[in-house]
Design a protein around this ligand. Structure first.
Ligand SMILES: Cc1ncc(C[n+]2csc(CCOP(=O)(O)OP(=O)(O)O)c2C)c(N)n1
Length: 598
């Protein structure tokens, strides 16, 4: 065997890019690279998932929690197909991920060989910025460099496909200084992106003339909270967040109205519904019906990606720039207003926030059968350690996260926000923990999400945790026996009664399964024992699973006024459910009364 192979060059390049771990699953199509990883002695470390989709979610979770590219590896054919969902998650939520994927030998490509899939075509939509088949040894290392640079520069997935025989070929000689040879270097420094002065002035003029200003803050503002707060103070504005922006504002402030949209707060609906001026900062939130009506508000938008300007709302001044620096430059340009000019709006905003806080407290206190999921998440908020990391699944838990969890300033939370794929939470949580094992991780999921991928990745967790400095890793399942979010969507959008065949979930003894794997766990079905159970989970000496039996009848009612029109279809669907729907209908009436009470 020659001293060095193409695969060794690939691994050296990953080291140069500072990659510490690769999430993945082996297979003959990628075994050349796997062998090189072995030769490199765990640099980077290989983290084996139970399924390539979960490995891809881990890479996305890594990127979301650390801000550095996540790397995932898979074999050709079925392994490659399994990656897609995770890679789409990276694409839609704009995070850098590099996938290294095997392919059959060059000699058989095109013949319909075993596990042969046209991989450049397969990945063309998910990774349009960079998908490249390596079919010559000389393409390495520049293809690896380009993949990382593209993933970072475009905040998106990049895919490197490597034919199996190329992986095993001798490492190419260093490229000569001649036509047809490419020499590259690893490294990427993000640019400083700032709008032109004239555009900042134009934006300041729009914002200064507003009397009822709303700020919509997204994940692009992740290090911009002081600048957001200052602008909000100067403009007397109310602050609303996208789902992805929620962790990056301080929801304890009286003018922060919380998450917008169907799953959002009543205060956010008020602020967006009543504002006359909107400043969107690093957000591409898709809930367009919860924005101000087009024409209602003059709008300014700041985004690092010019393609997203005006993408959700007609924007008068679009500023392409880094959120924090752009806000810092905008702030001194705003006209100082007499306090009286904005105080009325500010007071209205604060009243809506106070009212919302009362509603969310009331809702968590609503009696349920047996446990109210809102109370589960609220109680976590009472006990959440200040350095926690939260990995959230897709399902009704996202509503309770948005509405009940006030995050301490240093706690971040991530979810598959735009693809909204179930099954992301356990993989995200594992990636978060591997990146920072000293921080406690909380995985919040429904029973559907848990049964989809969580149950498998619990096995991964059970083999990883013993090496962690801090073993705290809590999985909380809101176990309602239902695909509840969709049951409520069926009622709301189709006015159709819950369909047991598609919505019922099997009852899985998840806590006992966790114990079988050497983890801690308990089932909680008494609301009086909830706080104590959280305490046990948070102080356990190993990962701990809380299987909390919750009420599927707790309604997913969108905030009023938009939500009011949804009551009728929901109620008529529940009526068609007969006895089974009565309890949920009663709860829905209570929830509607919260929205109506002033
Ligand atoms: C991969 C995937 N499949 C289907 C959906 C549609 N979907 C959204 S939420 C949901 C139900 C989630 O059920 P569960 O995890 O039990 O949480 P619940 O809503 O019951 O709290 C479904 C099926 C999705 N978002 N992702």
């Amino acid at each position: 065997m020659p001293e060095k192979l193409v695969s060794d060059v690939i691994v050296e390049r990953l080291q140069k890019w500072g990659v510490q771990r690769i999430f993945g699953y082996s297979g003959d199509g990628i075994n050349g690279v796997v062998a090189a990883l072995q030769r490199a002695g765990d640099r980077p470390a290989f983290v084996q998932s139970r399924h390539e989709e979960n490995a891809a979610f881990m890479a996305v979770g890594h990127a979301k929690f650390t801000g550095t590219p996540g790397v995932v590896l898979s074999t050709q054919g079925p392994g490659a197909v399994h990656l897609l969902n995770g890679l789409y998650d990276a694409k839609l939520d704009h995070v850098p991920v590099v996938a290294i994927v095997g392919q059959q030998e060059r000699s058989v490509l095109g013949s319909g060989y075993m596990q042969e899939i046209d991989l450049p075509t397969l990945f063309a939509d998910v990774a349009p910025e960079f998908t490249q088949l390596v079919s010559a040894a000389e393409q390495v290392p520049f293809v690896i460099d380009k993949a990382f640079r593209t993933a970072l520069a475009t905040r998106s997935p990049a895919v490197v496909i490597i034919a199996h025989d190329v992986q095993k070929a001798p490492a190419p000689d260093p490229a000569a200084h001649e036509h047809g040879a490419i020499v590259t270097e690893a490294g990427y420094r993000p640019p400083r992106v700032l709008p032109a002065d004239d555009d900042l002035s134009a934006a300041a003029a729009v914002l200064s003339s507003g009397r009822k200003v709303a700020l919509l803050v997204g994940q692009g503002a992740k290090d911009a909270w002081p600048a957001v707060r200052e602008i909000a103070e100067r403009l007397g504005a109310g602050v609303v967040t996208s789902l992805l922006g929620k962790p990056f504002v301080d929801e304890r402030e009286s003018f922060v109205a919380g998450t917008m949209g169907h799953l959002g707060t009543t205060a956010s609906a008020f602020v967006m519904g009543e504002c006359d001026t909107l400043l969107i900062v690093g957000s591409n939130d898709p809930w367009t019906e919860f924005y101000p009506a087009p024409g209602q508000a003059r709008a300014v938008q700041i985004d690092i990606d010019g393609r997203l300007i005006g993408n959700r709302y007609p924007v008068e001044v679009g500023l392409v720039g880094d959120a924090r620096e752009t806000l810092e430059r905008l702030s001194p340009l705003l006209e100082a207003k007499p306090a009286s000019a904005v105080s009325e709006w500010r007071a209205d905003v604060e009243r809506s926030v106070t009212r919302w806080r009362a509603i969310s407290a009331e809702r968590a206190a609503v009696e349920a059968e047996p446990i109210n999921p809102e109370a589960v998440i609220r109680e976590l908020g009472e006990q959440l350690p200040g350095n926690a990391r939260i990995a959230l699944d897709v399902g009704s838990v996202v509503y309770w996260y948005a509405r009940q969890l006030v995050l301490p300033p240093d706690v971040t939370a991530h979810v598959s926000g735009t693809l909204a794929s179930m099954g992301c939470s356990l993989p995200y949580g594992i990636a978060a923990k591997l990146a920072q094992p000293e921080r406690p991780v909380f995985v919040l999921t429904g029973d559907g999400g848990f049964q989809m991928t969580g149950i498998n990745e619990l096995i991964t967790l059970s083999r990883l945790w013993r090496s962690w400095a801090d073993p705290r890793f809590v999985i909380c399942i809101l176990n309602n026996g239902d695909l509840a979010e969709v049951s409520w969507e069926q009622r709301e959008m189709e006015s159709s009664p819950r369909f047991a065949a598609s919505q019922d979930l099997p009852d899985v003894p998840a806590a006992r399964y966790a114990e079988l794997l050497g983890l801690g766990g308990e089932r909680v079905d008494d609301p009086g024992k909830l706080a104590e159970a959280w305490r046990r989970a948070i102080s356990a000496d190993r990962p701990y699973l809380l299987d909390v039996v919750t009420d599927p009848g707790i309604p997913l009612l969108p905030p009023f006024p938009a939500g009011e029109a949804k009551l009728e279809p929901m109620m008529s669907a529940l009526a068609a459910e007969g006895d089974a729907g009565r309890h949920a209908a009663d709860l829905l009436a209570v929830y509607a009364s919260h929205e109506r009470d002033e």
